[in-house]
Design a protein around this ligand. Sequence first.
Ligand code: FE
Length: 256
Amino acid sequence: MIDIHCHILPSVDDGAKHMTESMEMARAAFSEGITKIVATPHHNNGQYYNTREEILEKVQELNERLVKEGIDITILPGQESRISGELLEQYERNELLTMNDGDKYLFIELPSSQVPLYTEKIIYDIQMKGLTPIIVHPERNAELIDNPEKLYQLVKKGACTQVTAASVAGKFGKKIKKFSLDLIDANLTHFVASDAHNLKGRNFQMAEAFSVIEKECGLDAKYLLLENAELLVEGSMIMKEIPERIKKKKKLFGIL
Ligand code: FE
C-alpha cells in the first residue's frame, strides 16, 4: 500500500517533531502494510514554507536513516502547496515540488473554511502547464461540505481529489465520514491517503479506512483507489470514472 500524503519529514512543519518520531511513524505505517510514503510537508500556508530543494534533501536524509534502522519503507518526495494567486509563479521559480518530482501531479491545499474565488482559474492554469492538480482533503472544507456542486464542477474541469483515511474511518465525525463515502460513490475522489502528522491524534488509519471502503463502497472502489496511488507515484495516468453529482436524500415531512 502507498500513502501519498504524510507529514513524516522531521521538523519541517506540524508533523513529526524529530527523527525519532519519524522512525516511530514509519514503523507504524509498515505494520499497517504501507511500503511507500510520499512526504508532503506544508508549503506557503501562512506558517510553513518548504521549497522543492529543501524537501528533496530532507527526503534523502530520511531514506538513509530508514535503511540504517532496517525499516523497509521508501520515502518519496512531495509537497502540500497552499493555493494562492501566485501558485504558477512559484512553480516557474522551481519552488513547488510535484508528486515524486515527476512533473505530472501537483497537490493543492485549499483553506479549510472556504474555496477562494480564483480556485477555478488556478485549476485551469495548472492544467495548461501540463500538470494535474490534486485537491487534498475536500471532505474537510466547510464550503465544499455545504455545496458539493462546487467540487463536482472542479472535478469535471479536470481536478483530482484525495480524501483522508481518518475521515473515512469516522475520526472527524459522522458528517465528514458520510461525505467522504459519498465522494467515493460519486467518483469525486481518486485517492485515499493518511495525512498523518503523528501517532496520537493524527495517525495513519489506512487499513481501517480501506476496510470501511470495501464494506460501504465495494471492492472495485477499493482497488481503484489503491491502484491510483501506485499509478500516481509512477507518473502514469490514473483511473477516473465519470464524476456524478451527490444525490441528496429527500426529506419526507409528515411521514412516520
Ligand atoms: Fe496534510
